[in-house]
Ligand binder design. Structure first.
Ligand SMILES: [Cu+2]
Length: 497
């Protein structure tokens, strides 16, 4: 399926964009393109009371990221990415996922609390031409979640080619806050992904050693599948749901004029109150919702600025350049009637360290030591080692790493002995960050989360309560959300009993 709705920049020549692989493309991408911002299709499913049915077709297709050139991609109900799914707390969703690819896939509901067999992880494989039904009740609060392939060893390439989308949950309170909530008008999803293209416009994937080590980083930024678009703002106060849908890159978002904005939500729900800042860090798979005041009716560029704590290896520092994400043109914006609320949630997050029954430690490890260890262990018949490990072990789909008790509250301490930062994700729970090396987390990550970036040399403690769903056989995953690290073994499995 071709997508013709996109207008592509004429001022950037094809040869300029599609330079040879060895040439860094970042500099060429600092010019803002004239591409029109695309609001993803909204899919509220077919509603029957509180039962909502979604039909999703995973399919291969072709997408024109550059004028006159087709890129082979994967999408859901379209050629690249999928619709934004939207449902309410209290709904029971029935999601039919048909696999139209020639290879196995899965669809994982990232950030969702649900029974293990409905999670869409590597155990819920969907063979070509088969349909998988995922059915679960949404019990968590309003949040910006997402969904993506989680196929064993194939998550990285499948997501890179487009197998992902956003999943918005609303609840009783979220519409009463007076926040901008007109979808696509003043409440705008932004799936941000960096990609690298070959000269023939095909996506370049895992073509160098740094890709393998650091994960796939691209030089071209897409927002909702469009190269550095321009969003024409209709209102003077807008809410962006920023989702880092990249395979590996951590962004440090800021506006070109340094203007302040308010962070109102993190991965799994609203912060206690809006937090004003002029930059926010977002690792792969993380989300924040921000409010931007455009009442000066100017043009401004959303950038990723250099970060002292971008978490990349010093010798391959790629986060030391300013990246253009998108332009916001507010010259035609109407004066918004929306206000920034003082308080976003009245109740505290109910995760009490006093009721913790179990504390676990996780060490994120990568490098040659493991390769040697892996060789030794393979000789000894063990299954440890590999380049990417958690607690000395690479992922083995046949091994359950530990058991968790349903309804229990646990603290996990995640430390990083490697040379780069890893975004750590746990399935089925929303957690709170207790501290980083003993220090309180940054206000922008004080809310409920499902991903936490763990920089080198840091130990991060997170607290979470496991819901009552139990299944002694089917596990949930915990893993690094740099998808190439996950695919190469930085992942483990737990069951809830
Ligand atoms: Cu990692």
């Amino acid at each position: 399926m071709k997508q013709s709705r996109r207008n592509f920049i004429k001022s950037l020549s094809v040869t300029g964009l599609l330079a040879p692989l060895a040439t860094p493309l970042l500099a060429k991408n600092t010019a803002v393109s004239l591409n029109t911002f695309v609001v993803p299709a909204l899919d509220r499913g077919v509603r029957n009371g509180n039962n909502v049915t979604f039909k999703l077709a995973v399919q291969a297709g072709k997408t024109s990221f550059f004028q006159g050139l087709d890129t082979p991609t994967i999408g859901i109900n379209q050629s690249y990415l999928g619709p934004v799914l939207r449902a309410k707390r209290g709904d029971t969703v029935n999601i039919q996922v048909n696999n139209g690819l020639n290879e196995v896939t899965t669809l994982h509901w990232h950030g969702m609390t649900l029974p293990a067999n409905m999670d869409g992880g590597p155990h819920q494989t969907i063979q070509p031409k088969q349909t998988w039904l995922s059915r679960f009740k949404i019990r968590q609060e309003a949040a910006t979640l997402w969904y993506h392939s989680h196929a064993m060893h194939k998550t990285g390439p499948q997501v890179y080619h487009g197998l992902a989308g956003m999943f918005i949950i609303d609840d009783e309170g979220s519409d009463k806050l007076g926040l901008p909530n007109d979808y696509g008008v003043d409440d705008i999803p932004c799936i941000i992904q960096d990609r690298r293209f070959n000269q023939d416009a095909t996506l370049s994937y895992m073509s160098s050693m740094p890709d393998r080590m650091m994960g796939m980083q691209g030089s071209i930024v897409l927002v909702n599948g469009v190269v550095t678009p321009t969003l024409v703002a209709k209102e003077s106060l807008i809410r962006l749901r920023l989702h880092n849908g990249s395979n590996a890159r951590t962004y440090n978002f800021a506006f070109s004029d340094g203007r302040p904005f308010h962070v109102i939500a993190s991965d799994c729900g609203f912060l206690h109150k809006p937090f004003q800042t002029n930059k926010v860090r977002l690792a792969a798979a993380e989300r924040v919702e921000i409010l931007i005041d455009l009442s000066d009716k100017k043009e401004v560029i959303l950038q990723s600025i250099p970060s002292a704590n971008g978490g990349m290896m010093p010798m391959m520092q790629m986060n030391n350049k300013t990246l253009t994400i998108m332009k916001i043109d507010a010259r035609q914006a109407q004066t918004s009637t929306r206000k920034i609320p003082n308080v976003l949630r009245n109740s505290k997050i109910d995760l009490n360290p006093k009721v913790v029954t179990t504390t676990r430690s996780f060490s994120l490890e990568m490098g040659m030591g493991g390769m040697m260890g892996g060789m030794m262990n393979r000789m000894g018949g063990g299954n440890r080692g590999g380049m990417f490990r958690i607690n000395g072990k690479s992922m083995d789909i046949k091994r359950i790493d530990f058991q968790v008790k349903a309804n229990s509250t646990e603290v996990w301490e995640v430390s990083n002995s490697s040379m780069m930062a890893h975004p750590f994700h746990v399935h089925n729970v929303q957690f709170r960050i207790l501290d980083r090396n003993g220090k309180r987390p940054h206000p922008s990550e004080s809310g409920l989360k499902d991903v936490v970036l763990v920089p080198p040399g840091e130990a991060v403690r997170i607290i979470m309560k496991f819901p009552e769903y139990s299944d002694a056989k089917i596990p949930y995953m915990y893993h690094c959300h740099i998808l190439e690290h996950e695919d190469q073994g930085m992942m483990g499995q737990f069951v809830v009993v």
